[in-house]
Design a protein around this ligand. Structure first.
Ligand code: ADP
Length: 402
């Protein structure tokens, strides 16, 4: 079965095309600058060869037309005709309280997603544009929505509620939803596969550390708590997001700087985090390089980054009554040995002990990096959200056939 996975952002569409007989990636690419000058599609074939198509890509539907065009083109494509695509899986950021698992897209799903655009005004509208665009181009193709929030719908109420008037939860749905669910789910399941054990009976903490970052507490295979909240700004310090902050400081800054909610949102989402502290960059590699050369603010940003993750690991070990497996993933988690060392240092009392001969220099590779015999297995597991979306899509299509 061949599945196309689409991740539609406000001005871009990332895509991956899988053949699930062998779980292999056949092609991938990105459409960028949708609706702007200089829009293009960058396509990468199975053999790593890249091709660039420039054109006027005015909206998501045209972007998808480009993608379908290149996939089925005689010169650069990998299928003879579009009927070879069995289904399309969409990454959808917000599924609210309703969607506890991935769903075949129908009118009901679309209506609910329209409703949830209020909760994710930046993310759900482009996700929906992808669904509408594809539906208009190939009406007969089944589409599946895979939600970032779905994995976290198992959180108990005492973990997802905020201590604000209960009426506001009922009226506006103000609660912790959590994000990165597809990644946390994928790496936890993959770690269990590698360890040759079932998730049942295990207490796992997953650290997804990329530009966006979150930690998840997974007990018996289900999410029981996670660091992102009502929006993806809560929790860890991220590339340009503040993570946890006293809301008293937020209103104080808004007062003093005479800014409204829109500017405050830009401040805490785009100008804070590692960028805000370092004053240099949101990119971990650049910050690390400057810190090595003696930049004190970059050194501080790195210490703060590691410290916040360490606190969450401690909190989630307490929440679950222990920890058996600690997983690092995402661009930073998979590649930065120094971050992994910085986070784990001082957690020996929990049974977390790194084998530095294995950890040092390890990049983007599945590996257990804890000392042999240590109580907690510490692992690096590269995430693959797109493959997870493709697998979910296949399962749903097959279930609907029967
Ligand atoms: P996104 O959340 O956008 O998917 P990624 O998961 O790709 O982000 O992670 C991007 C982050 O990973 C950046 O901060 C980048 O600097 C960091 N990163 C990538 N490679 C390395 C590396 N070798 N060492 C340290 N950090 C790295």
């Amino acid at each position: 079965m061949k599945i196309l996975v689409l991740n539609c952002g406000s001005s871009s569409i990332k895509y991956q095309f899988f053949s699930l007989e062998s779980n292999s990636l056949i092609a991938k690419g990105i459409v960028e600058k949708i609706g702007m000058k200089g829009s293009f599609l960058k396509h990468e074939k199975e053999d790593g060869q890249k091709v660039l198509f420039e054109g006027e890509i005015l909206d998501h539907k045209i972007g998808i037309e480009y993608i379908l065009g290149v996939l089925s083109s005689a010169k650069h494509g990998c299928i003879k005709n579009l009927e070879e695509i069995s289904a399309v899986g969409h990454r959808v950021v917000h599924g609210g309280e309703l969607f506890t698992e991935s769903k075949l897209v129908d009118d009901e799903v679309i209506q609910a997603l329209e409703k949830y655009t209020e909760l994710a005004p930046l993310h759900n509208p482009p996700n929906l544009k992808g669904i509408y665009g594809l539906g208009a181009l190939i009406p007969s193709i089944p589409q599946v929505a895979v939600f970032d929030t779905a994995f976290h719908t198992t959180m108990p109420q005492h973990a997802y509620m905020y201590a604000i008037p209960y009426a506001l939860y009922k009226k506006y749905g103000i609660r912790r939803y959590g994000f990165h669910g597809t990644s946390h789910r994928f790496v936890a399941a993959r770690a269990c596969e590698i360890l040759g054990t079932k998730c049942k009976g295990l207490k796992i903490i997953t650290c997804h550390l990329g530009n966006g970052a979150s930690v998840c507490a997974i007990k018996d295979g289900i999410s029981v708590d996670t660091s992102m909240g009502f929006t993806p700004v809560e929790g860890l310090i991220m590339g340009s997001r503040s993570g946890d902050i006293d809301m008293g400081a937020v209103t104080y800054i808004m007062d003093k700087e005479k800014i409204g909610t829109k500017s405050a949102s830009v401040l805490f989402n785009k100008h804070s985090g590692m960028l805000g502290i370092s004053g240099l960059s949101s990119d971990m590699r650049e910050i690390r390089e400057a810190a090595t050369k003696g930049d004190e603010r970059c050194q501080l940003a790195l210490k703060m980054f590691d410290y916040r993750i360490k606190k969450y690991i401690g909190a989630y070990a307490a929440a679950m009554g222990g920890i058996d497996v600690l997983i690092f993933t995402g661009g930073i988690g998979e590649n930065s040995d120094t971050t992994r060392t910085g986070v784990c240092k001082g957690l020996e009392f929990l049974g977390i002990e790194l084998d530095e001969t294995v950890n040092t220099g390890l990049r983007s590779q599945e590996c257990t990096i804890s000392k042999a015999g240590a109580k907690v297995k510490v692992m690096v597991v590269p995430t693959n959200e797109e493959l997870m979306i493709a697998i979910d899509t296949q399962k749903i299509i097959e279930a609907h056939k029967n």
